[in-house]
Design a protein around this ligand. Structure first.
Ligand code: CAO
Length: 309
């Protein structure tokens, strides 16, 4: 029972007891030698062999078993099954976190003027809604989607996917956005974001986020993304390191904007700064390209007229 709890393969343990019986001390000794690296279990040795083609689905990590703790020994507990969505997204996140050599660059974008434009646009919408207009409210995320499309067009490798030794450059711009739901994380996709305006994107985002919360998203509404944005701006925080949504090669994390004193060369000016965290696949993108992508994204968010240049 003790060996089972620790995941020790008894067939590989040499017994020191009567007629070769395996004692608790033998199991402890075996565990110690595996931990110190002196002994490798047959299972992990087999796993460590690289599979044909170099890709083994992550099975060759040779990790020690997950710690098994009887939590009830330390205090009261309650066991709850993970939701179906958490189980599926968890497996995907684990694969993506382990298999992608990911790096995150952090930057800030000055969105003072963009936010003023957003607020005035929403005020106009409120007014026109009273006379039968659409009443679609615009959040920063819609502008971010458009700004990302501009950056993806300028830096096409961010809109690509790895296929063996080749890169597939996609000539369409489908942007996924992480949506927080009671059942867990879902990523609905705005298709052809390059062909849509801010109002249409905002409207679709609202509909897709509602469907996500109601558990009514179809598989088609969650597939085909070429790049993803994860925005925690409505909640808070400064920076985080989002995990890439394979087979995409980059993801943008966004946090809450704050008013900050920014030096303009003569004086500090109060500017609204948006924290950006870009995670990218180092097999496809290098650090200089990632920094350029962030700088360009910041320039677009600072002045959307740059999209026209
Ligand atoms: N800075 C400051 N305020 C922001 C902001 C930002 N970057 N982004 C949004 N806000 C504000 C909005 O303007 C809105 O304010 P008002 O209510 O005063 O108008 C408020 O925050 C709420 O916005 P929202 O979150 O409802 O809307 P959104 O378009 O920004 O986001 C959605 C929509 C579906 C992406 C969001 O609701 C959500 O689910 N976010 C969580 C995503 C997530 O979990 N990511 C982590 C994935 S990794 O586990």
């Amino acid at each position: 029972k003790f060996a089972r709890e620790l995941g020790v393969p008894l067939a590989e343990v040499k017994g020191s007891g009567l007629k070769g019986r395996i004692t608790e001390a033998d199991v402890q000794g075996f565990t110690r030698s595996v931990m110190s690296g002196a002994v490798q279990t047959l299972a992990s040795a087999a796993q460590n062999k690289p599979a044909a083609g170099g890709s083994d689905g992550g099975a060759g990590l040779g990790l020690i078993p997950w710690p098994k703790v009887d939590f009830a020994k330390f205090g009261p507990i309650e066991r709850k099954e993970l939701s179906r969505i958490k189980k599926i997204s968890g497996a995907n996140l684990l694969r993506n976190a382990i298999m992608i050599p990911a790096v995150t660059n952090h930057d800030d974008a000055d969105i003072t003027d963009l936010e003023a434009f957003r607020v005035s646009t929403n005020a106009e919408t409120d007014k026109s809604a009273k006379s039968g207009g659409t009443g679609v409210k615009v959040t920063m995320l819609a502008f971010l989607i458009k700004a990302c499309v501009a950056a993806l067009k300028k830096f096409p490798e961010f809109n690509s996917s790895l296929d063996g030794d080749a890169l597939i450059y996609k000539q369409y711009y489908h942007i996924g956005f992480a949506a927080d739901t009671p059942n867990g994380l879902m990523v609905p996709v705005i298709k052809d974001a390059d062909k849509k305006g801010i109002f249409q994107i905002s409207q679709e985002m609202g509909e897709l986020a509602k469907k996500a919360r109601d558990g009514k998203l179809s598989p088609a509404e969650m597939s085909g993304a070429t790049f993803t944005i994860s925005s925690l701006g409505g909640i808070g925080g400064r920076y985080f390191t989002p995990i890439i949504n394979a087979p995409e090669v980059a993801i943008l994390g966004v946090c809450r904007s704050t008013m900050e004193p920014i030096w303009d060369g003569k004086a500090f000016q109060p500017r609204l700064m948006l924290p950006l965290s870009l995670t990218w696949d180092h097999r496809v993108i290098d650090g200089a390209a990632a920094a350029r992508f962030n700088v360009y994204l910041g320039q677009i968010l600072g002045d959307f007229r740059r999209v026209l240049l």
